[in-house]
Write a protein that binds this ligand. Structure first.
Ligand code: IMP
Ligand code: MG
Length: 177
């Protein structure tokens, strides 16, 4: 793959800057802390894209939580979903209040597959928190309880989100298309 495919991150237009992200994550943390005040909470982090979001979100919670991880890979190095999705083994989540922490809701395929697995697990509750949701028509109906930002249908990178494993470390969310 040629390096020309990967422009320097500071040349990419900013969609959401680090300061806005920080403020929104604070708000989400407050809301989730209120909603789960008396319920033991498990954050189920969808790797790799959500790693920064969850690290920041967990530190904004004023309630205790357990943090578990699941690995979902669908995109390989492409900017559109391949439809093929691999899920890692699930931790034992029986009777837990599970909040799935996702980086971005695009076609919904990834979350659909994860939620399908979880629904057979005898959980106390199951909700989704996604940092970003693309405003696109989708066949798959997924209604995250918490959404950080609704964004236009652009390919974005930064704050955990990658293109071919690049740009995850970028502090802002930037457009690559
Ligand atoms: P979905 O299965 O089509 O909803 O895609 C969800 C996954 O694809 C996310 O967890 C991301 O890892 C990846 N993805 C979707 N859109 C983007 C994007 O704009 N930038 C980077 N990754 C994306
Ligand atoms: Mg990705």
């Amino acid at each position: 793959m040629s390096e020309t495919e990967f422009p320097p991150s500071n040349t990419l237009p900013v969609l959401i800057d680090a300061d806005r992200i920080r403020k929104r994550v604070e708000e989400l943390g407050r809301k989730i802390s209120e909603d789960y005040k008396n319920q033991p909470l498990v954050l189920l982090v969808v790797l790799k894209g959500s790693f920064l979001f969850c690290a920041d979100l967990a530190r904004q919670l004023s309630i205790p939580c357990r943090i578990e991880f699941i690995r979902a890979s669908s995109y390989k190095d492409a900017k559109v979903s391949s439809g093929h999705l691999q899920l890692s083994e699930l931790p034992d989540l029986r009777h837990a209040n599970v909040l799935v922490v996702e980086d971005i809701l695009d076609s919904g395929l990834t979350l659909q597959k994860i939620l399908e697995h979880l629904r057979s697990e005898n959980l106390a509750s199951l909700e989704v928190c996604t940092l970003l949701a693309k405003q696109i028509p989708r066949d798959i109906q997924i209604e995250p309880k918490y959404i950080g930002f609704e964004i236009p249908n652009r390919f974005v990178v930064g704050y955990g989100l990658d293109y071919a494993e690049r740009y995850r470390e970028v502090p802002d969310i930037r457009c690559l298309d």
